[in-house]
Design a protein around this ligand. Sequence first.
Ligand SMILES: [Zn+2]
Length: 134
Amino acid sequence: MQVREYSVLSEVEASVSSGWSCSADHDNRLFTGCNVENACYNLGVCAERNALSKAVSEGCRSFRAIVISSDLSEQFISPCGGCRQFMREFGADWEVFLTKTDGSFLRMTVDDLLPVSFGPEDLSMRKLKLQNGH
Ligand SMILES: [Zn+2]
């Protein structure tokens, strides 16, 4: 699985990777992750968030691409909504590769997967000032 991820990343000269995930930063460092499942299902962590969290723990805050792969043969693997928002934290204009087991892939951006998104810059946008506590 990793060989395919690295291959896709090399095609884009990328430096981050999700099932199984591989992500690349702007220094061409490569970070991998896998789904971490838990008997208490909602405590599991998706491979995308795993790979990105590993990268952040190593000091990376900017990504060029993420490759998401799985054992699905009939369709491209797609990140869940939570992972889309998690990726958005690092910008909307970086690449996401959705793969199939035959090596084919779809090249998208975070913005393609999460249009009209909410990101960290929205937290500092000007707010209406209320008077008299209303
Ligand atoms: Zn997810």
